[in-house]
Write a protein that binds this ligand. Structure first.
Ligand SMILES: CC(C)(COP(=O)(O)OP(=O)(O)OC[C@H]1O[C@@H](n2cnc3c(N)ncnc32)[C@H](O)[C@@H]1OP(=O)(O)O)[C@@H](O)C(=O)NCCC(=O)NCCS
Length: 168
């Protein structure tokens, strides 16, 4: 039997290519048919390997899950951007490659992201998810998040509702 080596850690600049792949695959899987095609393509094209390398070198707030040398998921964390919510931390993004979803990696990455925010001295956290993203809503409810606020995000004139989950 093969033992898989799973590592969750802060991203290094060399991870940029792997994260860029996860970004394209997981966003396409999650949002095709929800976010208008043109807007989604534009968002994906904006971030290639260089964009990620620069994001990683600017801030220590990108985490990755690595399985036997392959980047299987990433999360970005930092200060909460929504002034109306008192929680200090935010998980901006948390994505797992489609073929690695549903085996517990998301939950482990979520726990690591929460820990990283606490290590930065940030108390409580917020995550926003699109209301049409059923998988994400079940995931955050399952992780104990309380949905406390709603917002709207507009993509090429299509307004999509989003929900804020909080943990104190
Ligand atoms: C949402 C996501 C991060 C979850 O990560 P994951 O590794 O697939 O989830 P896990 O295997 O850790 O599952 C943990 C729990 O979440 C729930 N869950 C995860 N994905 C789900 C889905 N697609 N539908 C329903 N429930 C889901 C399950 O209830 C599971 O609990 P269980 O162990 O009792 O079955 C991942 O599937 C993903 O990247 N999805 C696409 C992108 C996305 O929507 N990201 C979040 C944007 S805000």
């Amino acid at each position: 039997m093969k033992t898989l080596l799973i590592d969750i850690r802060h991203a290094e600049p060399e991870d940029a290519g792997g994260i860029a792949e996860v970004h394209v695959e997981s966003w396409t899987g999650a949002y095709a048919g929800i976010i208008p095609h043109k807007a989604l393509t534009r968002m994906l094209n904006r971030r290639g390997r260089e964009w990620w390398a620069s994001a990683i070198s600017r801030a220590a707030s990108v985490l990755v899950v690595e399985i036997d040398g392959l980047i299987a998921g990433y999360a970005t964390v930092g200060r909460n951007r929504a002034r109306e919510l008192p929680q200090q931390g935010e998980i901006y993004e948390l994505y797992i490659r489609p073929e690695y979803q549903g085996i517990g990696l998301g939950m482990r990455l979520f726990a690591a992201a929460r820990e990283a925010l606490a290590d930065h001295g940030l108390d409580g956290l917020v995550v926003w998810a699109l209301e049409d993203n059923d998988g994400a809503l079940s995931f955050y409810r399952g992780a104990g998040g309380q949905d406390v606020a709603e917002g709207v995000e507009v993509f090429d004139a299509k307004a999509l509702r989003k929900i804020a989950f909080i943990w104190n």
